[in-house]
Design a protein. Structure first.
Ligand code: GLP
Length: 238
């Protein structure tokens, strides 16, 4: 696991987006899995700026949403699909059919997940991940096995509580669908993103603690091409 530390949040944004532009230049057909949450938002803004400035293009790339909340209305702004559209995909040159997402409204979720994994080809070129304060990746909560496929999951209470940061109502989702740890860990390259003081403790446990399903992010240490991008605050305890 490479740890890349940046002195400020803006240097951290620039660090990630510089690598991302490079990957798109090297492989315009990049298949990318993207998270939501507040962490990647400034990076997405910088990629929108890069596309507008002609420094990057998603015209031949494919983007897959990392997860989706259950029980929210299709137009709820807090849904992963809608957040990705609002912050990145609605403003870049990605073809409409090159954005794939999970739909909790489809009754046969198991079949949908199998199809998603098959469409992915069981791995991505590049996966960007945020991290939950309990070490979750996407919605792979503590206890998720390294072998877990894309599937329906029940959310932990802390994850439910933190979803209130994106939702404008008190109707918090208790379950979701997530890309599993198996396709994530099978991917060619993984970037774990963390910024701000609230992530310092879990980043320290991820990098220096035991490798264990109790902290799903620690399983990334077994991957041969995983980088952790932290700003000074998230990397404070390293
Ligand atoms: C949610 C998302 C994750 C995200 C995490 C952290 O649980 N499902 O993909 O990484 O929140 O969010 P934030 O970046 O807002 O702290």
């Amino acid at each position: 696991m490479n740890v890349l530390r940046f002195d400020s949040e803006s240097a951290w944004v620039q660090g990630v987006s510089t690598f991302w532009r490079d990957r798109l230049r090297t492989n315009p057909h990049l298949t990318i899995c993207l998270p939501t949450g507040l962490t990647p938002t400034p990076i997405y803004a910088d990629m929108v700026r890069s596309v507008r400035a002609g420094q990057a293009s998603f015209a031949q790339a494919s983007i897959y949403a990392l997860d989706e909340y259950g029980d929210l209305a299709p137009d709820d702004p807090g849904r992963t699909r809608n957040m990705l559209l609002e912050h990145l995909i609605g403003h870049v040159d990605l073809p409409t059919d090159a954005f794939r997402f999970l739909d909790p409204g489809i009754p046969d979720i198991e079949q949908q997940c199998e199809r998603y994994d098959a469409a992915i080809g069981h791995s991505f070129d590049l996966v960007l991940l945020g991290i939950g304060r309990n070490g979750h990746l996407g919605m792979n909560e503590p206890g998720s096995s390294a072998d877990s496929p894309t599937r329906r999951v029940e959310l932990h209470d802390t994850t439910i509580a933190s979803s209130a940061r994106y939702l404008k109502h008190g109707n918090l989702p208790r379950w979701g669908i997530t890309v599993g740890l198996k396709p994530i860990l099978a991917s060619k390259e993984i970037w774990l993103l963390a910024s701000g003081p609230a992530k310092a403790d879990v980043i320290q446990r991820t990098i220096a603690g035991e490798i264990s399903e109790d902290v799903p992010a620690s399983l990334l240490r077994r991957h041969s091409n995983c980088s952790v991008f932290v700003d000074a605050e998230a990397g404070r305890l390293l």
